[in-house]
Design a protein around this ligand. Structure first.
Ligand code: SF4
Ligand code: SF4
Length: 494
């Protein structure tokens, strides 16, 4: 059997309703010889602009299904998209938001029927024009001049956006005169404040019009979402790399070098057990660019540094002698909460650090970690309020303020999350722990240590842990502090 670990994209049955392009098929581990194939059949589109479109969608979906529709796409306001487990019950195969992302996600797809709920849709809505391969959706020249421009489409997640910057030096080395435009999601814009990027744009209908009005030497699409791959086809470009859309705007590849990146997403066997390449290496390969093994970079704006520095200086003033500042990243993104170190372990860690005369601790987190910071500061207060060596970095910092706090630490201890990538990009030593995710995809570039759990179920990429014993509960405060000591004072352990 040819598995997804070995497959060529042209062997994938992209018209199968179970092919998503970005995660393993839950029916079978490879398309050739698969008996579970189910055709998507003809596609039908339902567009609803109201706040409560579900009853209408349910009724329409049943009608469309009765008339032979195989795959039903619903476009509704973002806030009205129900959780995925409910989609089948409503009779919808795919939801897209009623905005420029949803419009792009369905662009170029052939719908044999469509229904629009009402006339309350926004005036500038592109969706109504996207039916039956209409290309009149966004006004743009047929063949704009291609004049030394590159477009990078990498929308999220933030850590992925940051490490995708590994491709910049190679592009610039060969074509220093080319202008680089990077399209991303709004939260990632601060990551792209970089002298090698000429234009960082947040996804919006205005940005799309701007991007589509131009021609590019190259387009690099490193995202597999339907709207990203669709855009990679729609822009005028001489060369295209990375992920391209199928007839259903799921992802396959533009170039054979990107096949490995695609297969990593389709095969757990390959991703979890066989792969030895780091994510930056895979990204460079997907772009058909050499990987120089050097870390991605992050720029901290001097103005922001000036704004945040007094807080760090106040902490440093109280740190006499050889005390070193440990940044403890207290959370992780919401998608894989299993990456986070349990609160009890962090409390232990606070107690342990407070016993040391040579270590201070700065808590690094975001709004989701407010409660965790309160708990940890409570532990610190109970322990010894007279000697504050545990500092709360706050949970309402801007992303750029957060960069400065990370930069001000002597070492950062973190889950496999954005704070870890930020520390790597700023050259701050890192101690990072791995349970549910793949440590081999992370390159610390020789500036830190990875603590990898040896559970047989690891990695799992589960959102919730079903086991009685959680892998990261086994990672003790002593493990983390010992690792920090080794990273900060390697001479003592050699
Ligand atoms: S492996 Fe999955 S995607 Fe491929 S044909 Fe079988 S069911 Fe469809
Ligand atoms: S214990 Fe196993 S299943 Fe649970 S999060 Fe860790 S690796 Fe995943």
């Amino acid at each position: 059997m040819t598995t997804f670990a070995e497959i060529n994209p042209d062997q994938i049955r992209t018209d199968c309703r179970f092919y998503t392009g970005y995660k393993p098929c839950h029916k079978h581990d490879g398309c050739p010889d698969c008996s579970k194939f189910e055709s998507r059949g003809s596609q039908s589109l339902l567009v609803a602009g109201g706040e409560t479109p579900l009853p209408w969608l349910r009724e329409e979906a049943a009608t469309q299904r009765g008339e032979g529709a195989g795959w039903i796409v619903a476009i509704v306001p973002q806030q009205a998209i129900p959780p995925r487990p409910q989609w089948a019950d409503i009779g919808i195969d795919e939801f897209q938001p009623l905005d420029s992302g949803g419009a792009m996600a369905i662009l170029g797809r052939v719908f044999t029927s469509h229904r629009i709920q009402d006339s309350t849709l926004p005036d500038d809505l592109l969706v109504q024009h996207c039916i039956d391969r209409c290309r009149g959706v966004i006004p743009r020249p047929e063949n704009p001049a291609i004049a030394g421009r590159v477009l990078i489409i990498k929308l999220g997640a933030m850590g992925d956006v940051l490490r995708t910057k590994v491709i910049l030096p190679e592009i610039k080395r060969h074509h220093p005169e080319w202008k680089i435009t990077w399209l991303t999601e709004p939260p990632s814009l601060p990551l792209l404040d970089d002298d090698r990027i000429d234009e960082a744009l947040a996804w919006s209908s205005e940005s799309l019009q701007h991007v589509l009005a131009r021609g590019y030497e190259r387009v690099y699409c490193l995202d597999k979402d339907a709207h990203a791959v669709s855009l990679s086809r729609e822009v005028h470009a001489r060369e295209r790399y990375g992920f391209k859309p199928t007839a259903h705007n799921t992802a396959v590849t533009w170039n054979r070098e990107a096949n490995y990146a695609l297969r990593l997403g389709l095969s757990d066997e390959l991703k979890f057990h066989e792969n030895t390449k780091s994510a930056p290496e895979v990204i460079a390969e997907a772009c058909a660019l050499p990987y120089d093994g050097k870390p991605y970079r992050l720029r901290v704006a001097p103005l922001v540094r000036g704004r945040v520095a007094p807080r760090l200086q106040a902490i440093r003033r109280g740190m006499d002698g050889d005390r070193r500042l440990i940044g403890l990243n207290t959370g992780c993104g919401p998608v894989f909460a299993t990456k986070a170190w349990p609160l009890d372990r962090m409390k232990e860690f606070v107690r342990l650090v407070m016993k040391r005369r040579d270590r201070d601790l700065l808590l690094l987190g975001g709004p989701r970690e407010r409660h965790i910071h309160q708990e940890l500061m409570k532990v610190a207060g109970e322990q010894d309020a007279s000697q504050p060596t545990i500092h709360d970095g706050g949970t309402d910092n801007t992303l750029q303020d957060f960069f400065v706090l990370v930069e001000g630490c002597d070492v950062v201890a973190s889950a496999d999350s954005l704070a870890m990538h930020v520390a790597v990009a700023l050259g701050v030593p890192v101690v990072s722990w791995f349970g549910s995710t793949c440590h081999q995809e992370i390159d610390l570039y020789g500036n830190g240590e990875k603590l990898v759990t040896d559970f047989p179920c690891s990695p799992c990429y589960l959102k919730e842990c079903p086991k009685e014993v959680f892998c990261l509960s086994e990672l003790t405060a002593r493990d983390v502090l010992d690792s920090i000591d080794r990273v900060l004072d390697p001479g003592l352990f050699s």
